[in-house]
Design a protein around this ligand. Structure first.
Ligand code: ADP
Length: 246
């Protein structure tokens, strides 16, 4: 579904590569979490996928097509909800439809589907953090993109809201049959959500270490206390601790 093929990248005016000869695949329907120390280049990978940055060399493909040849947007949900404060919830949700010159009615349908119908004429400031992230996710879905890239979307939420948003996200992922790439610092969050975890273990990034999470879906939090999951969690934390100096 998504392939990086020998991608090299550095920021303009910087001497060092951030990404060097990186290749990886995400299959259709994968829920992949990307974990790694701050500043190692996780968001840069997302900026490349969403065409905010261009590789120095190498290629990025979605469904076998070079992303440079694709019109439309990849569904990118940033860390902060980035809803526009002067637009209503409905106008915010409908933004990708407006940009793609599509019928904005679908935004109304989705708000209803997600139980946010009563808030459609309110403004972002009237909603809780969890609700704003739901609207932000609806907006990401309405891009129509099969691949959704979510950059630490729940990191600013309180612990209980975060847990309920994780469960909510898994339900949406399975209902909408999307492929998700998800950046997180939270190892438990990565284990709960993903079928695979990509660990960044070097700078520049030359490869992503792939860890499979041996748990079925639907998931519940009790599964996280299985001995094999606790072992993976401990290994991951140790690995990240070693890399903190990157
Ligand atoms: P992460 O998401 O893993 O925290 P980033 O991808 O945001 O890391 O950043 C990787 C590195 O690139 C960091 O050292 C950061 O300072 C640098 N960086 C990020 N954006 C820019 C930019 N626009 N110009 C120059 N350097 C940048």
């Amino acid at each position: 579904m998504l392939n990086f093929s020998n991608v090299n990248f550095k920021y303009k005016n910087e001497s060092k590569l951030i990404i060097e000869n990186l290749s990886f695949n995400a299959n259709k329907g994968d829920f992949i979490s990307i974990v790694g120390p701050s500043g190692c280049g996780k968001s840069t990978i997302f900026r490349l996928i969403s065409k905010l940055e261009t590789p120095l060399s190498g290629y990025i493909f979605i469904k076998g097509n070079n992303i440079n040849t694709l019109n439309g947007y990849i569904g990118y949900m940033p860390q902060k909800d980035s809803l526009l404060p002067w637009k209503t919830i409905l106008q915010n949700a409908a933004l990708p439809l407006e940009i793609n010159k599509k019928d904005p009615k679908k935004a109304e349908e989705y708000l209803k589907l997600f139980g946010l119908d009563n808030y459609k004429n309110k403004y972002p400031r009237d909603l809780s953090g969890g609700m704003r992230q739901r609207v932000s996710f609806i907006r990401t879905l309405l891009t129509g993109s099969e691949v959704l890239i979510l950059d630490e979307p729940f990191s600013a939420l309180d612990a209980i809201t975060k847990i309920s948003m994780q469960e909510w996200l898994l339900t949406q992922w399975s209902n909408f049959n999307k492929t998700i790439l998800f950046i997180t610092h939270d190892v438990e969050e990565a284990l709960f959500l993903s079928n695979k975890i990509f660990v960044i273990s070097e700078k520049p990034i030359t490869k992503l270490k792939e860890i499979c999470v041996p748990l079925p879906y639907p998931r519940n939090r009790h599964m996280l206390s299985k001995p094999e999951i606790l072992k993976i969690k401990e290994d991951l934390i140790n690995e990240l601790k070693q890399r903190i100096e990157l």
